[in-house]
Structure formats: structure tokens, C-alpha cells
Design a protein around this ligand. Structure first.
Ligand code: BTN
Length: 246
């Protein structure tokens, strides 16, 4: 991963760019990374936009072809990529680093980065996986509405070389990807679970307009979040539940 690196000065979105070249059936080697200094239409999860100050942060997409995973196993890729980013940053940020379900990178209660994984299926197999990662590195000032955003610089008061962090992330993702390829799916999911934000803690959530206390006890093989509540266990999809910070 990362052997073939393309750096763009400016693009709408590295995910969109990569998907476009794939749909024009241009040959793109596995592990290709498209990185942008600036995205003017960066996309996030839940149809959100992704904003990052140009030149100061990592915004890139990786192409993988996990043909060994079926569509129903997509979540394992989320686990592998999240763990790759986690392990790359762990030497710097240690135990305050967490993975917020499904795939946000958190430092304490602040968001450091996120990912947008877009899988292109062929029948029931994954044909291409476009893995977009946004990580706040050297940005110091955030928009007032990005209340819980942080960056490595805000945390450690130091500038970091984007290319070095990128290389670490690529190496660690490759490691987890090879675990998946070798069939160690549950190992990778268990690693992910062990780093999960709010795991086994009593917390507040919101779903369907109502607020309740619950405890995250698991993330299932299909990626559903399992929250234990007074009236039993409930499973949630991405758009069905919100975490309420105090
Ligand atoms: C999220 O937390 O909502 C996911 C953010 C993903 C942002 C990255 S930046 C590189 C890639 N290109 C995009 O348009 N989005 C992803």
C-alpha cells in the first residue's frame, strides 16, 4: 500500500477522483494512493462534507481489491483500516486514542479523523474498495461549528511531516489487510473492539428522537452497534443512533 503514490494539488474529492478513473477502466494498481493538498468537495459519512485546511492535513484515498471478502463481510475492512490508522498514531498519542464506531479516530472526546470507505461490488463480492481517509495533522484553528475537532498539532503542539504519517498509515493498513487476506477476520474485529470508544461504559445516546442510557457491548460481524439498555439489547445502523457527549 502506498508504493504507487499520486499527489494532486487540488481535486474535488480523492474518493470521487479514484472512483472516476476506475469507472473509465483505466488500470490502477492495487494499493494506489491518491493524495490531495486541497479538496474542494471533500465528502464525509452520512452525506456530510469534509473540510480541512489545505496543505496542513492528510486527505487521501487508497485503492484495494479485497476480492476475498464478500459484500456481507465489508465491515471487516472497516476494522482493518481503522486499526491501521490507530496503530500508526498510537506511538504519538497513546491510550487517549480510540476508534469511535464505526470508523472515526478520536483523541479523548475529540475527533481527529475519519474515513469514507466506498466499496464497488460485483455480484456478492467486493470488486474495488475506495478507502478515503481524512486526518487532521497540523491544522490549529477549526470552524466554530466543528466543536469537537482536534488535530495532532493541537494535542502535541508540534508540526508533523504529512508524508511520514501517510507512510506509517499505509504500512499498518497493509499489515491488517494481510491478516484479512489470511482469513484472520475475527482477530482483526477483536482488535477493533478492544480500541472502541465508550465500550462497556454507561453513556447517553439518542435514537428516533429519544434519549436513553445504554452501554455498547459489541459491534457485530455486519457492523451493527449493539447497545444494552434497561429493556434489553438493541442493534443500530449508522444513521440510527447518535452518541451524546456530556
Ligand atoms: C467522516 O468522518 O465523515 C469521513 C471523512 C472522510 C474524509 C476523507 S478525505 C479523503 C477522502 N476524500 C473524500 O472526499 N473523503 C475522504
Amino acid at each position: 500500500v502506498g508504493q504507487n503514490l499520486v499527489t494532486l494539488k487540488e481535486v474535488d474529492s480523492t474518493n470521487t477522483f479514484l472512483k472516476n478513473i476506475l469507472s473509465n477502466s483505466k488500470p490502477v494498481p492495487d494499493g494506489t494512493v491518491i493524495m490531495a493538498e486541497r479538496q474542494f468537495a471533500g465528502r464525509g459519512q452520512r452525506n456530510n462534507t469534509w473540510h480541512a485546511e489545505p496543505g496542513k492535513n492528510l486527505t487521501f484515498s487508497i485503492l484495494l481489491r479485497p476480492s476475498f471478502l464478500s459484500a456481507s463481510q465489508q465491515f471487516y475492512l472497516t476494522c482493518a483500516v481503522s486499526m491501521g490508522v490507530y496503530d500508526a498514531l498510537y506511538p504519538l498519542l497513546r491510550d487517549s486514542l480510540k476508534i469511535k464506531w464505526p470508523n472515526d479516530i478520536y483523541f479523548d472526546d475529540s475527533k481527529l479523523g475519519g474515513m469514507l470507505i466506498e466499496n464497488i461490488l460485483q455480484g456478492s463480492q467486493i470488486k474495488h474498495s475506495v478507502i478515503g481517509i481524512g486526518l487532521n495533522v497540523n491544522q490549529e484553528v477549526f470552524a466554530p461549528d466543528a466543536v469537537n475537532a482536534t488535530s495532532i498539532k493541537k494535542i502535541l503542539q508540534k508540526d508533523y511531516e504529512l508524508k511520514n504519517i501517510l507512510a506509517e498509515i499505509c504500512n499498518h493498513i497493509e499489515g491488517y489487510y494481510l491478516h484479512l487476506k489470511a482469513g484472520r477476520l475475527e482477530f482483526v474485529r477483536n482488535m477493533y473492539l478492544s480500541r472502541l470508544y465508550w465500550l462497556n461504559e454507561v453513556r447517553q445516546f439518542k435514537s428516533n428522537g429519544h434519549i436513553f442510557e445504554g452501554t455498547i457491548i459489541n459491534v457485530k460481524e455486519n457492523g451493527l452497534l449493539v447497545v444494552k439498555q434497561q429493556n434489553g439489547e438493541q442493534e443500530y445502523n449508522l444513521k440510527e443512533i447518535e452518541f451524546l457527549n456530556k
